[in-house]
Write a protein that binds this ligand. Structure first.
Ligand code: UDP
Length: 321
């Protein structure tokens, strides 16, 4: 079995590639290293079952060659990270819309099953407890760049569902809630590795806003298992699944947990959103997944809690990796 992993040099993609190789599969990664890092896949570079193509999903010809020679596709390539989206609005829209259009068009041409990585940003400002896959999307104005991400990924989902309905292309959609773990960098937001880095350096831990906003964090190990099992399950095609850990934490509690776990002397400080994100910024107050659907479909549930995640990232960062 040979998989194409677009965005395979990213944090989730590289963990997935390693998982696939361990399972005895062959992997071709296509990544332009815009937010991905070669460092993430360096250990796989010379593996006989691994191939790396340094290019963008916007390059149709290269993408076509890669799609042709694989059996199935994990489409993870996207512009991600709230800070990246805000700072690169044009590129983000182009990659997330045209890039996915290319992947789905070619997957359909060669009839290769696809897993499309989508996001919990889809739900926007819906603050309800346990967001279900059918819940409403509540979004802000188009003048607020953050919402472009939610919309580009929603368009990707519409497109994927249309290919499934009209062309019978087997495509499964996964809405990822905050995924984290060892090896994630805090350059584009990504609060957990960022707080841990600050704490280990005894530098201020920077909470944006009042810290009462909550998030649910999932270990990347749990996530890659979900991705693999979903693409392997033919009956999941045409469906959308939340993938996340419902354990909810405020960002202030997260800062305190990190400070305690690292034994850091860092001060916890509060920074107004506009200082980091500019004047037109909206954050979501809460984002909790309902994961009953994926549980019923493939029996998946997260196994690693937030304390475990924090411990794993601390160990990784202490080793200087
Ligand atoms: N955040 C923070 N300090 C940081 C980075 C992020 O307080 O240094 C907050 C951010 O405002 C958000 C939450 O942590 O409320 C999660 O941010 P992240 O960028 O990790 O993911 P998001 O859920 O926003 O996509």
């Amino acid at each position: 079995m040979k998989y194409l992993v677009t965005g395979g040099a990213g944090f989730i993609g590289s963990n997935l590639s390693r998982y696939l190789i361990k399972k005895g599969a062959r992997v071709c990664v296509l990544d332009d290293l815009s937010t991905g890092l070669f460092e993430n896949i360096r250990d796989l570079e010379h593996h006989k079952d691994f191939e790396f193509i340094l290019d963008s999903i916007l390059n149709f010809e290269i993408l076509e060659k890669a799609v042709k020679k694989c059996n199935a596709i994990f489409h993870l390539a996207a512009a991600v990270g709230v800070e990246y989206i805000i700072n690169n609005p044009l590129r983000s829209i182009e990659v997330n819309v045209q890039g996915t259009e290319n992947v789905l068009k070619l997957a359909n041409k060669y009839k290769k099953p696809v897993l499309l990585a989508s996001t919990s940003e889809i739900y926007g400002k819906n603050e309800k407890d346990q967001l279900h896959e059918e819940d409403n999307r509540i979004l802000g104005s188009t003048t607020i760049s953050r919402w472009s991400y939610s919309n580009t990924k929603a368009l990707d989902e519409f497109l994927a569902l249309a290919y499934y309905r009209e062309k019978k292309l087997p495509v499964v959609i996964v809405r990822l809630f905050n995924t984290t773990g060892p090896g994630q960098v805090g350059d584009y937001g990504m609060v957990v590795p960022r707080f841990i880095k600050q704490a280990l350096l005894n530098k201020p831990i920077t909470i944006y806003g009042n810290g009462k906003q909550t998030r649910c964090f999932t270990h990347v190990k749990d996530v890659v298992r979900a991705l693999f099992d979903l693409l392997s399950d033919e009956k999941s095609a045409g469906k959308i699944f939340n993938v996340g850990n419902p354990e909810e934490v405020t960002i202030k509690e997260l800062a305190e947990k990190v400070k305690k776990a690292t034994g850091s002397t860092s001060e916890i400080i509060f920074i107004p959103y506009e200082k980091v994100m500019g004047p037109n910024f909206e954050d979501m107050k809460r984002r909790v997944p309902d994961i009953k659907k994926i549980g019923k479909q493939i029996g998946w549930k997260p196994t690693l809690n937030l304390d475990h995640i924090i411990k794993d990232i601390i160990e990784h960062q202490e080793k200087g990796e």
